[in-house]
Every structure is written in structure tokens, then in C-alpha cells.
Design a protein around this ligand. Structure first.
Ligand code: MN
Length: 739
């Protein structure tokens, strides 16, 4: 079939064809004739289907699926099947082509993948809560990992080309990316993806900081490269003698990770030494990997003095996401700390491509089932019928999905991996739910410990069980893993149901005596009246005597076989309540534009978590009962709000007519404590600028102080002026806005 591209101009036609040729060149896996034919056909079908569509940027839509397919091939290393699915990923969603068409042309497997991608896409576009969508992503993951990998490529290309979207859309997509896709990429071992996701998100949420760091990195590039060269030159000499092929180079750290360091450690850019890491990649046969890596380590530490506590050996025990590498930090010239990562080509490919590369090397090392083990735990949580989607996402974020692990031994010496923060009781449930249910005592290294004891790497844990033991509500506080929580909850529910049988019987007898006929209706009426969650709770309350039958029949009686609330107790005609007017927040809030219109009809207040100031980029969040709350877009809560309650987010801008107004903002100030002088200089400087201090708290130890300053300003310009002026005072090291 020859596709005629008629809807696009010649120039665009060339653009599309050249993008396709680049895609073909980027495929590294071996292909037979059928593969090649399939890719060609998928390309032609996609070109035809998307012919009349354009992206927001104006370019032909087809360039997007081609780019996604290329990311799959080039950056994840996926094979022909995935490339075909990537080319077709938006076809069913956006055009007249149906799944049946695809199945006819490309077979069941590809149709299944396209279907999975369409569903994930629908999830992302819809208004349904993100936690629900996330669950969908994970179910897909368990079904066919490639679908999620293609989805990652899709998201990455969308993030790379986000510029032409309107700002509020950009924010929402960035929030979702940093909240779900970046951690997921990390968990799937796609480190490069995670880094790029976070950098691209930061570019949207904190554009100024992003540009500032990018500029500094550019400015210091030369001196950094010189340093790296002088650092690796003596290493090269000795590595050459090992007589294996290797690569050695320095890599700048990502803008996002530098930014995090600036924020968390309160240091300035010039004070961050580890702006780069040095990586040594050895090309050696699988059986000799460990030996050569340690040999390289020995060379590195002969040349540069190591900080021994910083040695991390993820070769002997790989991370649960499959990462293998040897990390050490050494002291280079001028006393600078340099991190050196030593690994083999195979380990490097796994580190960059995670999951995808993992399968290629299956069976090479003995820890090869890390991903399967993880997938099993995903499956377990998915299969748990209890718990709401939000709880589900929380428990995932809290442990089994994103965190690091601890390594625990059974009394027989078997190794088990649990999420960091897991307790002794979690360990019991990880062995088997029955072991958890009947756990009476736990020994770590032969000592009895509290069941809620947090586990440490290398703990040898022994569980003592007794069949008469049963879980109780308190146990929920002793565990942190989703699995253990779910198991305890379902046991409690079963217990409640069981105990509730007594209540159910008692109520049933009473109903029978009173000749009640509409049983279901009566139960529902009682559940509603007493604000209970379910009939199980009602029976349980009766069984436990927290709600007695006489109590119920003081309020209710049976009339013509139906349960009725006794008249006298019936509330008088429910009047339509006047909407409660809330007092406006103080200090006075300036006029805002909400969704592009004057926001007068809304009650709004500035959020106290991030204290926005006139000039900040902001958004509005519609709360359940307190009107609109105005947050900064880089508020630490923003991502969570946008992802889980996207439908409550409204666009907000400062109205141009704002004149007078006072904003309270908080600054963290650190510096050297030289007695009362510091405070005096601080307050003096602020009063010089005509600024009012709301509060000032100073804490200091060993000649170092940290102050929390609450300041009234009228806009961001004034705030920036103030923080610049404070920074210039002697003995002040950092001034940062508290988020
Ligand atoms: Mn797409």
C-alpha cells in the first residue's frame, strides 16, 4: 500500500519522512522481514489516520507517534513489537481506526498493547481521580510491562514539547509527572527518564531557579572539565594496565538534584562540590564482573583517598529496582569530594534502561528476579479488595513502590527484601498472612523485640506463632507495608462481621416480633440515621452494646410492616439553609482573577502553607467548605492537590488593579552567630527598608544560628529586595523563603 500524503505540504512531507528514517536508524535490535514490514505498515497506517491532525505547536500530529517510537527504540531499547505499538498508540483514541482493524492487520498482541495504551490515555484525560488512574497504570504494568514503558516514552515526549500548551495545562501535566511518572520511572529503573522528568517539571514550576542553575552550570563548565581531567588522568594510567576495555568520564548532575541540594542543605551554588560524578564502565565477560569492578575500586582508592563510610556495594546486593554499581566517594585535589561509580557495560545498560534491559540479560547474575519479585508485590496490592484508591496510592508511595529496601534474613539464612521503614510485624506478614495473623512474639538476633520494631539491614528475624493469636486494631499502628495493613484490615473486617452476627440475630428477632416486612429498607434507614458506614457496622454496634435495641425503639416504631421514625422526634421541615458567609481572611486579600474573570463572587484566602505574595505565580484550590485557597504554584502541596483533586483547581492571577495590600511571608536565615549584633543588624536593615516584622525566632548552636523571620511585604519585588539586602549583611550565609 502506498500512502499518499495529501493533507500536508511538501516541506512537511519531507519532515515526516526524515523523522521516520531516523526512527529506523535508531532501532538496534535485530529484525526479520516481518518486523520490518510491520513497522512500515504501522507507519503508513498512522500517517493516514493522523493526516488531518496537528499538535498544539502546529506541526503535523504524526511526528508525535514517530518520536515516541524513536524514544522506545533509542532510549529504552525496546524491540519491533513495541515500536509498532508506539507508532499506533494514539490511532484508536483519536481517529476512526478501530481495535478490530488493528487486530486484523497486526495481530492480537499488538492490538492488546494499543488497547492498553488507549485506556491509559483515557485515564489521563478524564476527570477521574488520579489515584484511580494510577491503579490502572499498575494493572497494565502487571499485564505487559512494555505498555507502561511506551506510556513513559509518550509522557516524556509530551513533556519535552510542553511549551505550546497553555500554562495551567502545563502545570497540571507537570504535577502529574512529578507525582506519578517520575517515581514510577525510578522504580522501573529508568534513571535517565526520572532525571529528565524532574528537570522538565522544575522548568515549569520553578522557571527562575531552573534558568539560574543552568546558567551557573554553563559558566563553570570549563573549570569543572579541567578538574575532571586532572582527576581522571592518573586513574587512566593504572586502569590501562588492567588490560580490559573501559570508559571513564565525568557527568554533571541534574539541575533538579543540584536545586534540591541548594534547598535542603542551605548552601550556595559555589559551595556544592559534587556537581558531577565520575563513572568508570568496564567491558568484561559476565563471570568476571565482580572481580574487575573491585580491582578498579582498588585502583581508584590507591590514587585518591576514600571516605570509607561512603562505599556502597550494589553489586553484591543489587537494589530492588535492579540497579547494580559500586559507589565510592574519594577526596580529590583541593580537598574536594568526588563520587566515583564503577560498573560494567551490562550494569550500565540496566542502570539507564531498567526493566527493558533487565530482560535482555536475564539469568546473567543470580539476583535476576528483582523485577519479578517487585511485580509480585504490585500484584498482591492490586488484588487486595479492601482500601480506597487514594489509600492505595498512599501506601504505594509510602513504601512498596518507591522507597529503598532493607535486607532481612530468616533463621535459615534466606534473604528477604522489605521496604525501608518496615517493622518486625511487617516481616511476619511478608512471609505468609497466616504467620502474620498468629504472630505472638518476634526475635531479632535471638532477642525478643516489640512487634513494631523497625528493621535494619542484616537483621535476622524469627517469628513465633500461636494458633490462638488474632490480629487487633492496634496492629495497624505497628506495620507500615501496604500488604500487612490490608491483611490486618481484612481480618478486622472479618472479625467485625463475625461478632456482628449476634447483633444481626438480636435485631432480626425484634423485627420479627414487631411483624416488620421491609427488612432491607429498615436496615438502610438505621444505617443512615446513626451515620454508620454499612450494615456490618450496625450489627457490630448492636453486638458490642454501643447501640442497644431498646435505644433504637425509643426512636423508631413499626407501622404497617415498615420501620418509621417516631413522629415527635422528626425534625421540623428542613429549611433551606442560607449559605454561610465566611469572614474574609485577614490581612485583606487583594482582588484576584479566577479563571480569567474578577473573582469577587468567591470567598478566598491565601494558603498558610506557602504564603503567596503579590507577584508569585498562583493557582486557586476550591476547598470543601472554606471557599478558595490561593497557593503558590511551587507550594509543596501543589502537586498533591493538582493530581488528586485536579477538578477543584482553578486558574488564578493577581488582578492588575491591586493597590494596597500586606502579605505575610516567611524567610529562613542562617549565618554565623556573633552575639546580639546579628539580630540588631537584621532588624535595623528591615526597618531601614520600612518593612514590618511579624515575628522573629532565632536558634543557635556552636556559633551558628538559624532564624525564622515572618515579614510583612507588599509584593515579590519588595520581598526579593529584602532578601538580597539581608544576604549582603556580614555573617549572614543564606536567606531562603520558607515554602
Ligand atoms: Mn501520545
Amino acid at each position: 500500500m502506498i500512502t499518499e500524503i495529501t493533507h500536508v505540504e511538501d516541506g512537511e512531507k519531507k519532515l515526516i519522512q526524515s523523522a521516520y528514517r531516523q526512527l529506523l536508524r535508531s532501532i538496534k535490535s535485530e529484525m526479520d522481514e516481518t518486523d520490518q514490514k510491520n513497522i512500515r505498515r504501522a507507519y503508513e497506517l498512522a500517517v493516514e489516520a493522523h493526516a488531518s491532525q496537528r499538535r498544539k505547536s502546529g506541526e503535523p500530529y504524526i511526528l508525535h507517534p514517530i518520536a515516541v517510537a524513536r524514544i522506545c527504540a533509542e532510549e529504552i531499547g525496546l524491540g519491533p513489537t513495541a515500536i509498532v505499538a508506539a507508532l499506533l498508540h494514539d490511532v484508536v483514541e483519536d481517529t476512526d481506526i478501530t481495535l478490530t482493524d488493528i487486530q486484523k492487520q497486526f495481530g492480537v498482541q499488538i492490538a492488546k498493547m494499543v488497547d492498553g495504551l488507549t485506556k491509559l490515555d483515557g485515564a489521563y484525560n478524564s476527570e477521574s481521580p488520579q489515584a484511580e488512574n494510577f491503579k490502572k497504570v499498575l494493572s497494565t504494568l502487571v499485564e505487559d510491562v512494555r505498555i507502561v514503558l511506551i506510556k513513559m516514552a509518550d509522557r516524556l515526549h509530551n513533556m519535552r514539547t510542553l511549551g505550546s500548551m497553555p500554562p495551567h495545562k502545563q502545570l497540571k501535566i507537570a504535577a502529574e509527572t512529578s507525582y506519578i511518572y517520575a517515581p514510577l520511572a525510578h522504580r522501573l529503573g529508568l534513571y535517565a527518564f526520572r532525571t529528565e522528568f524532574l528537570d522538565l517539571c522544575m522548568k515549569i514550576t520553578d522557571p527562575e531557579d531552573y534558568q539560574a542553575i543552568a546558567k551557573k552550570l554553563q559558566e563553570t563548565k570549563r573549570s569543572r572539565e579541567d578538574y575532571i581531567q586532572s582527576f581522571i588522568a592518573p586513574l587512566k594510567k593504572q586502569l590501562d594496565e588492567m588490560d580490559v576495555k573501559y570508559r571513564i568520564f565525568g557527568r554533571a548532575k541534574s539541575i533538579y538534584s543540584i536545586w534540591n541540594k541548594l534547598k535542603n542543605k542551605s548552601v550556595s551554588f559555589d559551595e556544592i562540590y559534587d556537581l558531577f560524578a565520575v563513572r568508570i564502565i568496564l567491558n568484561v565477560p559476565p563471570k568476571k564482573e565482580k572481580l574487575f569492578c573491585w580491582q578498579a575500586y582498588s585502583i581508584v582508592t590507591d590514587v585518591h583517598r576514600p571516605i570509607t563510610e561512603r562505599l556502597k556495594d550494589w553489586i553484591t546486593t543489587p537494589k530492588a529496582n535492579g540497579y547494580e554499581s559500586l559507589h565510592t566517594t574519594v577526596v580529590g585535589s583541593q580537598g574536594r569530594f568526588v563520587e566515583v561509580q564503577i560498573r560494567t557495560e551490562r550494569m550500565d545498560e540496566i542502570a539507564e534502561r531498567g526493566f527493558a534491559a533487565h530482560w535482555k540479560y536475564k539469568g546473567v547474575n543470580n539476583a535476576d528476579d528483582v523485577f519479578e519479585r517487585w511485580l509480585d508485590s504490585v500484584r498482591e496490592i492490586l488484588e487486595d479488595p479492601e482500601g480506597s484508591p487514594v489509600e492505595f496510592l498512599d501506601s504505594f508511595k509510602a513504601n512498596s513502590l518507591f522507597n529503598e529496601e532493607v535486607y532481612i534474613y530468616t533463621p535459615k539464612g534466606d534473604l528477604r527484601v522489605l521496604p525501608k521503614g518496615a517493622t518486625a510485624l511487617d516481616f511476619a506478614f511478608s512471609i505468609h498472612s497466616d504467620v502474620g495473623y498468629h504472630c505472638t512474639a518476634i526475635k531479632i538476633d535471638n532477642q525478643i523485640v516489640p512487634m513494631g520494631r523497625m528493621l535494619k539491614n542484616g537483621d535476622r528475624v524469627e517469628i513465633i506463632t500461636n494458633n490462638s493469636q488474632k490480629p487487633s486494631e492496634d496492629w495497624l499502628k505497628l506495620v507500615t507495608t501496604g500488604k500487612a495493613k490490608a491483611k490486618i484490615r481484612s481480618a478486622m473486617k472479618e472479625e467485625r462481621r463475625h461478632k456482628g452476627e449476634l447483633g444481626k440475630e438480636a435485631l432480626g428477632r425484634k423485627f420479627k416480633n414487631l411483624r416488620l416486612q421491609a427488612y432491607e429498607e429498615a436496615i438502610e434507614l438505621l444505617v443512615r440515621h446513626y451515620r454508620l458506614n454499612s450494615h456490618v457496622d450496625l450489627y457490630f454496634a448492636i453486638a458490642m452494646n454501643t447501640l442497644t435495641i431498646p435505644e433504637i425503639f425509643k426512636k423508631f416504631h413499626v407501622e404497617h410492616g415498615r420501620l418509621k421514625l417516631i413522629e415527635t422526634l422528626k425534625p421540623v421541615e428542613t429549611k433551606k439553609e442560607e449559605p454561610v458567609r465566611r469572614p474574609r481572611a485577614l490581612p485583606p486579600v487583594p482582588r484576584l482573577m479566577i479563571n480569567g474573570e474578577p473573582g469577587e463572587q468567591y470567598d478566598y484566602a491565601l494558603a498558610t502553607c506557602c504564603n503567596p505574595v503579590l507577584g508569585d505565580n498562583i493557582f486557586a484550590y476550591l476547598t470543601a467548605n472554606a471557599g478558595l485557597k490561593i497557593h503558590r504554584i511551587n507550594c509543596p502541596n501543589a502537586a498533591n492537590l493538582m493530581v488528586n483533586y485536579g477538578y477543584r483547581i482553578m486558574k488564578a492571577d493577581w488582578s492588575s488593579t491591586v493597590t494596597q495590600t500586606n502579605f505575610v511571608t516567611r524567610l529562613k536565615i542562617t549565618g554565623i552567630d556573633d552575639g546580639p549584633g546579628v539580630i540588631e543588624r537584621l532588624t535595623h536593615q528591615l526597618s531601614l527598608m520600612g518593612l514590618n516584622i511579624r515575628s522573629l525566632n532565632i536558634a543557635g548552636t556552636e556559633g551558628f544560628f538559624e532564624a525564622d523571620l515572618s515579614l510583612v511585604v507588599s509584593n515579590t519585588d519588595q520581598l526579593n529586595q529584602a532578601s538580597r539586602a539581608l544576604k549582603n549583611l556580614s555573617n549572614i550565609s543564606t536567606v531562603t523563603r520558607i515554602e
